[in-house]
Design a protein around this ligand. Structure first.
Ligand SMILES: [Zn+2]
Length: 61
């Protein structure tokens, strides 16, 4: 397996991360129920994905 030859110093690692900007995931609205869900993710409300029922909604009794 590929293996790093040298340990990255704290200074080098922190400098590398200075220009990384954390952005929240873009939210999509479900085409079936209109709830907001993450892109490429099954809707947590109704279980639909791209207009089709992907997973049956779990019945919480
Ligand atoms: Zn939905």
């Amino acid at each position: 397996m590929a293996h790093p030859k040298h340990r990255t110093s704290k200074q080098r690692r922190n400098k590398r991360r200075t220009h990384i900007k954390a952005t929240p995931a873009t939210l999509a609205s479900c085409s079936n129920c209109g709830a907001t869900a993450k892109y490429h993710t099954v809707c947590p409300e109704c279980g639909y994905y791209r207009g089709k029922l992907a997973i049956e909604k779990e019945v919480t009794a």
